[in-house]
Design a protein around this ligand. Structure first.
Ligand SMILES: Nc1nc2c(ncn2[C@@H]2O[C@H](COP(=O)(O)OP(=O)(O)OP(=O)(O)O)[C@@H](O)[C@H]2O)c(=O)[nH]1
Ligand SMILES: [Mg+2]
Length: 305
């Protein structure tokens, strides 16, 4: 009965049903398989997954909000996965993102999902991948993943995206420099937001230079866009850049390659998820002497029938 109810909610594309389905899969509920198997794979294949990453305060959520508005005006249904590095207890940033997307709160064709990175038991890629599949399977043809580009788990999650954009803004400080390097490598589009603020031109020139140098090994041209997200400026140009990258990735086969890598990443994450309970059970039952390095004990435990 429960299962029918959940599956109906998904079929009806009811935001609450979708949220419930994502939660169940995230919690590894026994219904997970049924939920995931009910999804239309062709919708998942066709959806465009856009990663938006960058330092705190660069304007990622404000941009996301503007991008949603544009896609909605084209009649497309949009899903958002907001990955929140803050504590799940304080919930500050989750609330922030929710509030900023309030403009779409009553729109049933915008489905926002927050996901905390801390305090979670399971793999983030597994959970985010499942959320992406459920959102796409329930008709979202655009899925935006917003992450603050810091930790490794966030670098991993960005690999789930078909297209990655890095949002920067002038005056965000030196710590950004360090993280930029890694992110620049994966970014297809460099967005200089807060173009209304001092230093934006210089930043954009720096980014243009970096884009020309070709930081990335496989080197597809990196685009640089300037935006004032708070005023909705530069959004049409940004969308055009996104569409262009998408088209070129589809044509060159890059999109398929990324999807395959992302798929493998999800499989790995799920495999670790699924094996965990049995290991925990083994450890619970294991009568060992706690002598020697724990690493050796772990190897012995795994070798045990
Ligand atoms: N001047 C100016 N302010 C902007 C612009 N875009 C966003 N802001 C402001 O910058 C602040 C941060 O914007 P957010 O969209 O929350 O930034 P974020 O990157 O999502 O931040 P986190 O989610 O906390 O990492 C807000 O006060 C926005 O109103 C812009 O283009 N120009
Ligand atoms: Mg944000």
């Amino acid at each position: 009965m429960k299962s029918e109810h959940i599956l109906k909610g998904l079929r009806d594309r009811d935001p609450r049903g979708i949220a419930r389905a994502i939660s169940l899969v995230e919690e590894n509920d026994p219904l997970s398989d049924e939920i995931l198997a009910s999804l239309d794979d062709s919708l998942v294949d066709q959806a465009m997954v856009l990663g938006i990453t960058g330092p705190p305060g660069a304007g990622k959520s404000t941009l996301t909000d503007r991008i949603i508005t544009k896609y909605r005006s084209q009649g497309r249904r949009v899903g958002v996965i907001a990955v929140d590095p803050s504590s799940p207890i304080s919930g500050g940033a989750i609330l922030g993102d929710r509030i900023r997307m309030m403009g779409h709160a009553l729109d049933h064709d915008v489905v926002v999902r927050s996901m905390a990175t801390r305090g979670r038991l399971g793999g983030l890629c597994a959970a985010a991948g499942a959320a992406m599949r459920i959102l796409a399977g329930s008709g979202c043809s655009v899925i935006i993943i917003e992450t603050v580009g810091v930790g490794q788990s966030e670098m991993d999650i960005i690999r789930l995206a078909d297209i990655t954009s890095l949002v920067l803004a002038p005056g965000l400080g030196d710590d950004i420099q360090a993280m930029k390097a890694g992110l620049l490598e994966v970014a297809d589009i460099l967005i200089v937001n807060k173009a209304d603020c001092a230093g934006a031109e210089t930043l954009a020139m720096d980014m243009e230079a970096i884009a020309r140098e070709g930081v990335r090994k496989e080197k597809v041209e990196t685009k640089v866009c300037m935006t004032v997200a708070s005023e909705g400026k530069g959004i049409n140009e940004l969308l055009a850049a996104i569409e262009a990258v998408d088209a070129s990735h589809r044509e060159s086969g890059e999109r398929r390659i990324r999807r395959e890598k992302a798929y493998d990443l999800e499989v790995l994450d799920w495999a670790l998820e699924l094996i965990k309970p049995s290991i925990i059970e083994k450890i619970g039952k294991w009568d060992h002497d706690r002598k020697g390095a724990p690493r050796l004990q772990a190897a012995r435990l795994l070798a045990q029938e």
